[in-house]
Design a protein around this ligand. Structure first.
Ligand SMILES: Cc1cc2nc3c(=O)[nH]c(=O)nc-3n(C[C@H](O)[C@H](O)[C@H](O)COP(=O)(O)OP(=O)(O)OC[C@H]3O[C@@H](n4cnc5c(N)ncnc54)[C@H](O)[C@@H]3O)c2cc1C
Length: 501
């Protein structure tokens, strides 16, 4: 039941968590004016329009040419069709993305979506059972390509509702090997096709054509983006859009007033903070007058190659899915280990085409294709305790970070040696290179955790009267498992519970 005062509702942000809130508001049937505050970058024009019209091959040739022109590192940081995504700095070094775009990180994300394990809810004010209806509702709204397998068996939940993404033959062979040899000294390994928010139903207008160029940006919009979902509601007049960034929220005669950086100020009955962990933290620190206190968690990723010398590799080399082809959950069987998620990527063309000049692609495309499932890239996500953590401060009114925790080398080597042990007797080999730790996993959480801590946060995310955190800022820990399905489901729950007050 909504209170009669819930007439004006603000949602700060336009990413996955905002889409989760919008889903909850719609389900509640609330009769209110709903306003989204967010950057309008990419709202009405996308960078891909620069390269159209063209066949898919010419389209990506042109985007790669632009990425090569502008990239400073190798492999280049993720762009959105060659548009760079700016980063927050730590000690002068680029770390996590600034997601000031309509649709947030879902413009550039990997689309892996699965629920958390039951144990992940240990520090939460709710159980996984309470979140299950919201997981289901979000899965129905975004669409999940997947299938029941060992991963869903371990989790005890499967939300897939569309055919799984294409898995290259070498990955299927590796999955079969791990199914037969799951035990290591420290872990039991569960392997499956990654459940993905990708349109795979044949005949659908945005169905994936398996061109493999997902790292550049999906020209067909096959990968779920909050941008499309929210823009539809705005275009239909169901949601009002204020294209401006929010600076802070102050209380005005008992109601929250949203204050934008451009001077816009407006009172609301209820506000949902869904601007992503970093921006929500910055807005809250200003609003609560905090100069220090929050600690930001960012699961570290160790990256390393696996060589496939088996007889199995894909023969239909023309088409592939350019993101996670195989997902491992490594469940601890010893007290010194903790849950790991490992995403296994093909040797995507992106790695070559962002490095070498265009003319060389014609010469090397066949050997590079041959390597797609012969050279497999593992990305192992460590738990929050073994990962990057940052002290957050507000300096000169801007958010700043100082390293509190760096990735735990022992956890990384335990992961690598366990995988090596599991692959013994197979034709898959871990190459003898030290894993490279990524700058960020972009899985950020934990700055204003639920509970009665120094800033109390209620189970409906309420942190100031009428102001509710609806993104991962309120997660007690940043989970190893890809968080976005949980972010969206929890945002939906937050909206429904907040309106029931
Ligand atoms: C390269 C990459 C790959 C990823 N792959 C996966 C994956 O495979 N699976 C997975 O689960 N997760 C993945 N993630 C993480 C996932 O994208 C995020 O967890 C998720 O998108 C977070 O959603 P959000 O809405 O909370 O925040 P964001 O996506 O950060 O959105 C924040 C929104 O708030 C707006 N905003 C920011 N500041 C303000 C302000 N001051 N005022 C108003 N609005 C503001 C922004 O414009 C944006 O719309 C990936 C992330 C990246 C970068």
């Amino acid at each position: 039941m909504t209170t009669p005062t819930d007439r004006k509702i603000a949602v700060i942000g336009s990413g996955a968590s905002a889409a989760g809130v919008a889903n909850g508001l719609e389900a509640s049937g609330v009769d209110a004016e709903i306003t989204i505050f967010s950057s309008d970058r990419y709202f009405s024009s996308l960078p891909r329009s620069r390269y159209e019209p063209a066949g898919i091959e010419q389209f990506y040739d042109a985007v790669y040419a632009d990425i090569r022109r502008t990239a400073v590192n190798y492999p280049p940081r993720k762009t959105f069709f060659a548009d760079p995504v700016p980063c927050h700095l730590v000690d002068g070094e680029a770390r996590f993305f600034r997601t000031e775009m309509f649709g947030g990180q879902t413009n550039i994300w990997g689309g892996t979506v699965l629920p958390l394990a039951r144990e992940d809810f240990a520090g939460w004010p709710i159980s996984r059972e309470e979140l299950e209806p919201h997981y289901r509702a979000i899965a129905d709204s975004i669409g999940i390509a997947g299938q029941p397998d060992r991963v869903s068996e371990f989790l005890g939940l499967d939300y897939s509702n569309a055919p799984a993404v294409k898995q290259l033959e070498g990955f299927r062979c590796l999955q079969d090997h791990l199914a037969a040899h799951p035990e290591t000294d420290d872990y039991r390994i569960y392997a499956g096709v990654a459940p993905s928010a990708v349109e795979t139903r044949s005949g659908a207008a945005t169905s994936c054509v398996e061109c493999g160029e997902c790292m550049v940006g999906c020209a067909r919009d096959s990968i779920y983006s909050a941008r499309n979902a929210l823009k539809r509601s705005i275009d239909r007049g169901e949601i009002r859009f204020v294209p401006s960034d929010v600076r802070s929220i102050r209380m005005d005669r008992g109601n929250p007033e949203v204050c934008s950086v451009d001077g816009h100020a407006e009172r609301f009955d209820r506000v949902f903070l869904a601007s992503g962990c970093v921006a929500t933290t910055e807005i809250l620190m200003r609003s609560l007058n905090l100069s220090a206190g929050p600690v930001l968690q960012d699961n570290s990723i160790a990256q390393f190659p696996i060589l496939n010398l088996s007889r199995h590799s894909d023969r239909r080399r023309g088409d592939y899915f350019g993101l996670t082809n195989l997902l491992l959950l490594m469940a601890p069987t010893s007290s010194r280990a903790s849950l790991l998620q490992v995403q296994l990527y093909p040797n995507v063309d992106y790695l070559w085409r962002t490095l070498a000049p265009a003319w060389s692609w014609k010469l090397v495309r066949h050997p590079v294709r041959w390597l797609r499932d012969r050279l497999i890239w593992a990305r192992a996500y460590l738990d929050a305790a073994a990962s990057h953590q940052y002290f957050v401060t507000l300096e000169n009114d801007r958010i700043a970070f100082a390293e509190k925790n760096s990735p735990d080398k022992a956890a990384i080597s335990r992961c690598v040696s366990s995988l090596r042990q599991a692959l013994r007797g197979s034709a898959f080999f871990l190459l003898p290179f030290a894993p490279v730790v990524a700058h960020t996993s972009a899985h950020l959480a934990g700055t204003f955790p639920y509970g009665a801590g120094s800033t109390p946060v209620a189970r409906d995310g309420e942190v100031m009267p009428g102001v509710h955190i609806a993104d991962s800022s309120c997660f007690p820990t940043s989970p190893v498992i890809s968080p976005t399905l949980t972010i969206m489901a929890n945002a939906r729950r937050t909206a429904l519970e907040a309106l029931r007050k």
